[in-house]
Design a protein around this ligand. Structure first.
Ligand code: ATP
Length: 246
């Protein structure tokens, strides 16, 4: 069996007196879509920051493609596409300038793919990034993350605050295509129905602890075909659901 794309072992992280991650362990093979669900403050972004090497493990370990993302950021980040909730793009650049700028960082950049994505997402290359809507910025963030065909796509709350059409673009067209090409997607979300629609494997996190991590089909069988929202409530309580937007 091939090496897991993401391997996290007994990862712990505290911020002052808050335990953000508590002995988190995950081993995720390549070529699937992994949905990470949890209420506000559960630890999703903190976990993702460790995967990207933006935070160093206080205890435990993180390996991406078998590499330590803190010790070898270039080796890891050149193979990861990342789109965050904040999607911090430089507003003063034009869309085509940002694409050219991003291209310079990635030897595997695929111009034809970038052009096709810009067209599919109806983005005008000549406009300033600052004038784009939130949904258009989300699409542009995806173009920059996808055009070098990363082996692993990491999305932190990719659809939060976006309209349903953009969410459909992200979750259906983009995510499924990547998995069908044998690459891996790891995305966090509050939107349980969308996770259910697209994920092969679901990980639930609460107060920094993984409380469930299994293939979606297995979870559905175990819980008698209940929806992910119902399962979430049964594992985490009603209070958690109110902060998931479900
Ligand atoms: P959300 O869905 O609201 O984005 P999340 O699941 O991504 O939440 P995290 O952002 O990982 O949650 O936060 C986990 C916990 O760690 C929270 O209690 C948060 O307040 C705390 N935390 C995260 N980053 C910091 C920081 N830089 N300083 C202090 N506390 C932090």
């Amino acid at each position: 069996m091939s090496e897991p794309v993401i391997s996290v072992s007994a990862l712990g992280r505290r911020f002052g007196t808050t335990t953000a991650l508590d002995a988190v362990s995950l081993s995720l093979p390549r070529g699937a879509v992994y949905g990470l669900v949890g209420a506000n403050g559960a630890g999703k972004t903190t976990l993702i920051k460790h995967l990207l090497g933006l935070l160093r493990a206080e205890s435990g370990s993180v390996r991406i493609f078998g590499l330590d993302p803190v010790a070898d950021p270039v080796g890891v980040l050149s193979r990861i596409g990342y789109v965050s909730e904040e999607n911090d793009l430089p507003g003063w650049m034009r869309v085509d300038e940002l694409v050219r700028y991003s291209r310079a960082f990635y030897p595997a950049w695929d111009d034809a793919h970038a052009t096709m994505l810009l067209r599919d997402f109806a983005l005008d290359p000549t406009v300033k990034v600052a004038t784009l809507s939130k949904g258009q910025k989300a699409r542009l963030g995806l173009v920059c993350a996808l055009a070098y065909r990363p082996e692993l796509l990491v999305l932190d709350e990719p659809s939060s605050g976006l309209d349903p059409i953009v969410r459909r673009d992200i979750l259906r067209a983009v995510i499924r295509t990547i998995a069908d090409e044998g690459r891996t997607v790891f995305f966090s979300s509050h939107l349980l129905d969308e996770v259910e629609a697209v994920a092969d494997h679901v990980t639930m996190i609460q107060h920094g602890r993984i409380i469930l991590s299994a293939p979606l089909a297995e979870i559905k069988t175990t819980f008698g075909g209940a929806s992910l929202a119902e399962i979430f409530v049964s594992r985490m309580g009603m209070g958690a659901l109110s902060s998931t937007g479900a």
